[in-house]
Write a new protein. Structure first.
Lengths: 145, 291
């Protein structure tokens, strides 16, 4: 039996961000992006830092979220995303994100051997994806529940 | 027979207490609102993470992970989440009663505890329990750092095989008037079949997942996260329940003080009237004797 829709659930430790039916979901897996259509086989993956997007029932691309790490499970016709943070494009404070990006870049460019390289790289990625999502979809329809 | 002045004094003192209990009620109510929001917001994540993990557990044959190893329960670690302060009605009594119940039914095992919250710490210390750690003054304002710290302690104790099972006793916030007392098994993680929801899910085909990453690597990340999340959730619930209990207790204390004031005022007026009547009689009889 093939169902037409997937139930997309996005939760973070702070709140349930999203619960909606979708036609297609794009996830930022830790080892590369993956697309999920209805009838997908059960799957579990770690999430990296990236962008989650989905097509709602009318088929048009709806909301985009900046995801920072977590896990996703595809089971039956349900996609459960457990992210450390998940923010809608419209929720991101662009100015702050840009400031954070500049800070991260400066830190990495400084060549200081005292900085925690891993942490700085993660900070950069984090800032980068938030800025990207926020810029790309500024003003785009935002379908928060 | 108390005099008029005695009554006035009593009433004033009860009024003072009433003012204090009323203030405490408002403080608890304000904190409760914040704590309740946090507790409710943390639920979906904790629930989904637990479900995901149990679902994985049900699908792998022999989970190979130090946090999943099953051993005969000889050394049991019990976390007791109590209140930080008193004046919260039966809140602390109830949670300690529940903990004691658990201790009694596990008499044959060696029990180590970690009290979280000052009231529980004091009571358990008095009862002579061994502590593997203690956390006080962490429930007034729950933060993730503390939850993580406690979770790390638990997982390291379990991984080092110093304990064979970890239980947590806490109050789950239900409504302002009621809290559920919960005893949960934190480690080892139970697979879905061992819980009630498993019975319902039995019908579905147990197809194994596709794993994008190696299972071990996934479990390595999921399990510590799971313990942290459950810990945080329990702390948030307990904190909200404590404020709710305090608010209810202080509300009824304020009401009782009001009742006491009413009765005292009534008595006072009776005494006052009796005194006036007596004086009139004295005057009248005095007047009639001179006439």
């Amino acid at each position: 039996m093939l169902s037409e829709s997937i139930e997309l659930v996005v939760v973070t430790p702070g709140k349930q961000q999203l619960r909606q039916s979708a036609k297609e979901v794009q996830l930022p897996g830790a080892d590369g992006h993956l697309g999920v259509l209805p009838g997908h086989a059960p799957l579990i993956t770690e999430l990296g830092i990236g962008e989650l997007s989905y097509h709602d029932m009318s088929g048009k691309e709806s909301a985009h979220l900046a995801i920072i790490r977590g896990f996703a499970e595809v089971l039956g016709d349900r996609v459960t995303v457990l992210a450390e943070t998940a923010e809608f494009a419209a929720e991101i404070d662009l100015a702050r994100a840009e400031a954070a990006l500049a800070r991260a870049q400066k830190r990495l460019a400084s060549g200081d051997s005292n900085i925690d390289w891993d942490r700085a790289t993660v900070a950069l990625q984090r800032a980068l994806i938030r800025v990207q999502v926020a810029r790309k979809y500024r003003g785009a329809p935002h379908s928060s529940p | 027979m108390p005099t008029l002045l005695d009554f006035r004094r009593r009433i004033r003192s009860v009024k003072n207490s009433q003012q204090i209990t009323r203030a405490m009620k408002f403080v608890a109510a304000a904190r409760l609102r914040r704590a309740q929001e946090a507790a409710l917001a943390a639920r979906p994540y904790a629930r989904e993470l637990a479900r995901m993990l149990r679902s994985i557990m049900a699908r792998i044959e022999e989970p190979q992970h130090p946090l999943l190893a099953r051993r005969t329960e000889q050394n049991v670690l019990v976390l007791v989440l109590s209140g930080e302060r008193g004046l919260a009605g039966a809140f602390n009594t109830n949670i300690l009663k529940k903990a004691n119940e658990f201790f009694r039914s596990n008499k044959d095992k060696k029990i180590v505890t970690i009290p979280v919250g000052k009231k529980g710490r004091d009571a358990l210390k008095k009862a002579g329990f061994t502590f593997a750690g203690e956390y006080i003054n962490v429930l007034t304002r729950v933060d993730f750092g503390t939850a993580r710290e406690i979770a790390n302690l638990i997982t390291s104790l379990y991984a080092k095989e110093e304990v064979d099972a970890v239980y947590i006793v806490f109050s789950e916030f239900k409504t302002v008037m009621t809290a559920n007392l919960v005893v949960d098994k934190l480690l080892p993680v139970e697979s879905i079949q061992e819980t009630e929801e498993g019975a319902a899910a039995k019908g579905e085909t147990q197809v194994d997942y596709l794993y994008e990453q190696p299972k071990e690597q996934l479990l390595d990340k999921l399990l510590p996260r799971y313990v942290e999340t459950q810990m945080l959730r329990a702390m948030l619930e307990s904190s909200a329940a404590e404020y709710a209990a305090r608010m209810t207790a202080m509300e009824s204390a304020t009401k009782n003080a009001g009742d006491v004031i009413e009765t005292l005022t009534l008595h006072m007026n009776k005494v006052r009237q009796a005194a006036i009547t007596k004086e009139i009689i004295e005057i009248v009889s005095g007047a009639s004797s001179t006439a």
